[in-house]
Design a protein around this ligand. Structure first.
Ligand code: HGY
Ligand code: MN
Ligand code: MN
Length: 389
């Protein structure tokens, strides 16, 4: 039976019911929920006639081999893990829509001059280890020893694949921003993916009695953290403190230790790195002023990644078959395509989402837009087929 926008959305609903935190959608790397998600989507891949496996980094892979054993592989991917209290579509829409597109091609008796894989990456968000692209980096072979030291899974590096295998990669993803809605467009190609810095800031002061310790004698870790958070809000690039832990966490005890997360983004790497340097200087000054010890730990830095012009031109051509305007938008959000770009040319297709809202349970997409995206993705594959026949 043909896959439609409605069946794609119904599967997003079904997958959304699988969570590590009842009452909300949360799936972190290699959790029980992620293993259930891989099993469910793996069954859908088998139903579509794909060869299904899970690699050493717990990436789910559905393969449609070409009749030419010497052919290269084209990958349609996105991620199945989520942020905490996520929406239904950030990641899963890309995997389920790609599978629907491939299933329809196979139903029509189509064939491709290249192997095709649909991949559900195991950890794009980094909820478990605060590092992003764990699954796609494992496949790209770009995990560093520091990343591996953080991950309590042995042998994950065996997921590595060779550049020579791949023809290219395309990722369908909700825009997670307001531009498509403001322009009245369903889809757009993506020009580049912004880089990001993920930093853990630890401030260690000294606990004490809230009622007897004079203000000027305190080493208050939270008072040292506050100016850093205020500076992040005004640092001139996108900066977010998403996590804040305060110890010992009693109302009548001066905070002795604070750990906060810093997520810094910009399309230009130099701007991002300069903003991080400014924030580190604030942290050093504020902690010194209070006799608080500072630990500034860069968890991960990922550079901005341009999408491949030739593939993106093909994606724009496919968009132009269905829309009056075929734009190319930059992505402020990170995507597995950024990690996969180490292996081969990559491109992306954005789908309008309501209010540009994402990383929120109210994330939503219109069936009509998903329908357009399915057709664009199919036409993109047909254009690719023409190029490689
Ligand atoms: O954080 C991001 O940009 C992506 O959702 N992982
Ligand atoms: Mn995503
Ligand atoms: Mn996300």
């Amino acid at each position: 039976m043909r896959s439609t926008a409605q069946s794609v959305l119904a599967r997003c609903d079904e997958l959304a019911a699988i969570t590590d935190e009842p009452g909300q959608i949360t799936r972190w790397f290699h959790s029980p929920a992620m293993q259930q998600a891989n099993a469910l989507v793996g069954d859908w891949m088998r139903e579509a006639g794909l060869e299904v496996r899970v690699d050493a980094a717990f990436n789910l892979i559905g393969r449609w081999p070409s009749s030419n054993p010497k052919a290269k592989t084209f990958v349609l991917g996105s991620h199945l893990d989520t942020v905490r209290h996520a929406g239904k579509y950030d990641g899963p829409l890309g995997v389920i829509a790609a599978l629907a597109c491939v299933a329809n091609l196979k139903c029509e008796g189509g064939s491709l001059p290249f192997h095709l894989e649909v991949v559900g990456f195991s950890d794009e968000e980094g909820l478990r280890y605060q590092t992003t692209y764990l699954g796609s980096q494992a496949m790209a072979g770009t995990l560093r020893p520091a990343d591996l030291a953080r991950v309590d899974e042995k042998g994950i590096e065996e997921a590595r694949r060779a550049k020579s295998e791949f023809l290219g990669y395309a990722e369908l993803h909700i825009e997670q921003g307001p531009v498509l809605e403001s322009k009245g467009l369903a889809t757009a190609a993506v020009s580049a993916i912004a880089g990001q810095s993920r930093i853990a800031v630890e401030l260690t002061g000294h606990a004490g009695h809230a009622g007897t310790t004079p203000m000027k004698l305190r080493q208050d870790a939270l008072c040292a953290a506050a100016p850093i958070i205020a500076a992040a809000e005004k640092c001139g690039v996108l900066a977010t403190v998403g996590q804040l832990a305060v110890e010992p966490g009693a109302s009548n005890v001066i905070p002795s230790r604070v750990v906060l997360s810093l997520d810094v983004r910009h399309a230009l790497d130099l701007q991002r790195l300069e903003a991080c340097a400014r924030l580190k200087a604030v942290a050093e000054a504020e902690s010194k002023k209070r006799g608080v010890k500072l630990r500034w730990q860069i968890i991960q830095q990922t550079k901005s990644v341009p999408c491949a012009p030739e593939l993106t031109a093909l994606m724009r051509k496919a968009v132009a078959l269905h829309q009056t305007r075929a734009l190319e938008l930059p992505s402020g959000a990170g995507h597995d395509a950024a990690a996969f770009a180490k292996l081969c040319p990559v491109t992306m297709l954005f789908v309008r989402c309501k209010g540009g809202l994402s990383h929120h349970p109210d994330e939503s997409v219109a069936a009509g837009d998903v329908g357009v995206a399915l057709t664009v993705l199919r036409d993109f594959l047909m254009l690719l087929k023409e190029r490689h026949e």
